[in-house]
Design a protein around this ligand. Structure first.
Ligand code: NZQ
Ligand code: ZN
Length: 386
């Protein structure tokens, strides 16, 4: 294994009644002014907004309202939130929603303390912020696991870049599966597929020899697949929701990444496709994954074959590469079975030559673990996704 330092400071309150437990413990540390940040309206419709506001008011806190955080949050929204946080002297940010709300708030939390533009600070000067407004998360839709880490993905609409930022690490997170009962079915499945994608992108990193992180990763992947099937059969299955919500946290809390260099190339491609088309993250990954893997498998056949056996229980092929392709076929069949899109046309995203070559030219492709894709190869892959 690679050398590592593992330190995990996010406190998780999981299960029924966890919001009450969290507020009881955390309210005294939240200061006098709390920014309540949320998305487009589901928080109000579910009644959770009123519950949170009345808890804060009962504890004598001033509530600063910051709603309207959109899916695939924009840099402009980050700046709006940071201005409000400064103006109102916010002591604590409570982010209630999913990955979009959490990501936006992580960067607001850092930008509010900086007297320069955080994009310039992080991406031109290559500095890392170290002062933050403390924040907590209430998860209302699972999948990204964004409540477990300090990474954020923000879309700059001017430059058409959906790129990574480092922001605040949440102090604590509330994960009550009952809060997800109002989430539309297709979003639940898209979120769960995002979790599966995080596990796969972690596994397909290096090192390639057997290791404990990968063995745990296979167990989480099998659990996701089983519980996605259970949720498709019965969307009221609370056990399946609980498992998937915890899987989502497990995929991004760093445990599966210990001792690994990860490969997030499908994510890098999806982020950039999302920057041009504003399409859904998990559904976009569902379209992209099988195509990317068909291009990568021959560069790491043994690694792909092991995943095919461990996760998809496929019949052994004549060679590792045959077995690998059987695993990729099983993944593609599962995506269909879950009702996820398999093409950009089904996803509802533009797939013109112009858009696809813009994505191919601007996606930040890392060294990759199996193979680094060239932008020509990436264009071909994107064209196959049409
Ligand atoms: O905006 P509202 O009205 O709240 O509706 C949201 C939104 O339309 C809805 N929703 C949330 N909770 C609900 C609910 N609807 C009904 N009942 C509830 N209880 O769900 C929709 C999707 O929400 P969003 O936060 O956009 O989804 P998700 O959690 O999938 O987050 C996607 C964003 O996270 C980034 C993605 O790139 C994307 O921008 N990611 C962040 C990561 C990280 N920081 O670690 C990792 C991921 O790979 C990902 O890149
Ligand atoms: Zn993701």
């Amino acid at each position: 294994m690679e050398s590592f330092v593992y330190d995990y400071p996010v406190k998780n309150y999981f299960g029924k009644g966890s919001l009450d437990r969290a507020l009881q413990a955390e309210l005294p540390q939240m200061g006098d002014v709390v920014m309540l940040a949320y998305g487009g309206g589901s928080l109000k419709r579910s009644g959770l907004y009123d519950t949170l506001v009345s808890e804060f008011k009962a504890a004598g806190k001033k509530v600063v309202d910051f709603g309207g955080i959109m899916s695939n949050p924009t840099y402009e929204k980050v700046q709006e939130g940071a201005r409000l946080a400064r103006q109102e002297d916010v002591d604590f940010i409570l982010a209630a929603g999913g990955g979009s709300v959490f990501d936006c708030c992580k960067v607001i939390s850092a930008q509010a303390w900086l007297d320069q533009d955080i994009d310039e600070f992080e991406h031109v000067q290559h500095k890392v912020p170290n002062e933050f407004i403390p924040m907590g998360c209430v998860v209302t839709v699972f999948g990204t696991g964004a409540e477990q880490n300090n990474g954020a993905v923000i879309t700059n609409e001017e430059t058409h870049v959906k790129g990574p930022f480092l922001g605040a690490l949440p102090k604590w997170a509330v994960l009550d599966p009952a809060f997800t009962l109002t989430v539309p079915h297709d979003q639940l499945i898209s979120g769960a597929f995002d979790t599966l994608s995080h596990c796969m992108e972690t596994y397909f990193g290096t090192p390639r020899q057997d290791n404990v992180s990968d063995d745990m990763n296979f167990a989480v992947q099998r659990n996701i697949i089983r519980n996605m099937r259970a949720l498709v059969e019965d969307s009221g299955n609370m056990q399946a929701r609980s498992e998937l919500e915890y899987d989502s946290a497990m995929a991004e809390n760093g445990v599966l990444k210990v001792g690994k260099v990860t490969d997030f190339q499908c994510h890098m491609i999806q982020h950039q496709y999302g920057a041009y088309t504003h399409t859904n993250h998990g559904k976009g990954l569902a379209v992209i994954h099988p195509h990317v893997y068909r291009h990568l498998a021959s560069s790491a056949p043994t690694q792909f074959a092991r995943w095919a056996r461990e996760v998809w229980n496929v019949q052994e092929g004549e060679t590792d590469l045959d077995t690998a392709y059987r695993g990729i076929d099983a993944l593609a069949a599962f995506i269909k079975e879950m009702g996820l899109p398999t093409t950009f046309a089904e996803l509802g995203g533009d797939a013109s030559d112009q858009t696809l070559s813009a994505v191919a030219d601007t996606a930040i492709l890392t060294a990759g673990c199996a193979k680094k894709l060239s932008s020509d190869e990436l264009f071909d892959i994107l064209a196959e996704c049409r």
